[in-house]
Write a protein that binds this ligand. Sequence first.
Ligand code: FAD
Ligand code: UDP
Length: 375
Amino acid sequence: MKTDWLIVGAGFTGCTLAERIASVLDRRVLIVERRDHIGGNAYDFLNHYGLIIHKYGPHIFHTDSRKVWDYLSRFTNWRSYEHHVLAEVEGQKIPLPFNLNSLRVLFPTKHADRLEDLLIGTYGYGVKVPILKLFEATVGDLRELANYIHEWIFSGYTKKQWGLETKELDPSVLERVPVFICRDNRYFQDPYQGVPEAGYTDMFRRMVVHPRIKLLLGYDYHDIWKDIQFDNLVYTGSIDSFFSNIHGELPFRSLRFDFNTLEQEFYQEVATVNYPNRFDFTRITEQKYITGQVVPKTTLITEYPQRYMPGHNEPFYPIPRVENEKVYQLYKQEAKKLKGSVIFAGRLADYRYYDMDDAVARALSVFEEEVLTRL
Ligand code: FAD
Ligand code: UDP
């Protein structure tokens, strides 16, 4: 088999690069994907009850990048959707990220008033304060609040999700869900939020339906690369696997998903309810809130964190912490030795906790800075 570009992985990164190379450069692209579908971890499908299900956990698209939004909008219309999450704390359900409304659910009015004044006075209204930053507060009541939030929201959830204490992770992980000094209950504040109207898989199909793009599904690159003649290679799998783990395995975290369909129209108040301190799962998501479908039944996705076991489950999350970054840097040095003959990009290859928009932004910049410049 012959191609100009071989792309390993049919997720956001691989499909964006394939689309750009085929459409702009009119070059032949072969995408090799080890799973039997396109879309990577954003793949979705219609279940028996007519509900669009995100096979690898709930995916909500959100970005502040007009460029990324406009790019994907060529391949899909959007269902406008703003995500809401509640966390179960001391038997109550509070808005997440923790905000001024959360305070009022948990504390008596007088105490909530005082904490609210302190938060606004110290940081300002509308400001996002990472939990680890709140620990540095000089006022005792705010430090106590930090302890409370840490104990009830972050500590147990993080232990389940990562198998680690919060202090063992890079602070950027908890910064994804900061304390928000505001009454805005949305999980994300990005200007562009939604889900592809006909699902992610439909959008991916439109990205790769091009006479210059061919797909080889169900094949691992390592098993077939010798049978393919290619001039250029993009690798979006995990970088350690490309180099046969010579510096050891990069750790990832995995999940098991349970899908349950109930004979009722709705199950919970919002799309996602987190259980930081109860059960051995982290969260339950009710898909129909996200897709907006009107169906008499409802399907729930429950997420059980797991150790990543190559060959048995998927490497869903890179684990951001100092020792892992050191190993990643060793692989980056290996990549440098290849002098640009292989392009590494994506959540697995860059070993970065990318959201979908980050993956697209990275792919678009790789196209502009590393592909176009080869011509
Ligand atoms: P991937 O989607 O992982 O694609 C890489 C592909 O390469 C995979 O399909 C893999 O099978 C394939 N591959 C790897 N090695 C090989 C090989 N050797 N040969 C052939 N194929 C190979 N982001 C958001 O913005 N919003 C969300 O709500 C959100 N929710 C998420 C929920 C969960 C549970 C998870 C795990 C992630 C979530 N994300 C979310 C992140 C999002 O999934 C990623 O940002 C995005 O999928 C990254 O795309 P990618 O192409 O870099 O990687
Ligand atoms: N987190 C937490 N409790 C929560 C929600 C999040 O401790 O109720 C922490 C946890 O460490 C989690 C991280 O914040 O892994 C990032 O949360 P996010 O919702 O962004 O995770 P993702 O959707 O990527 O799984």
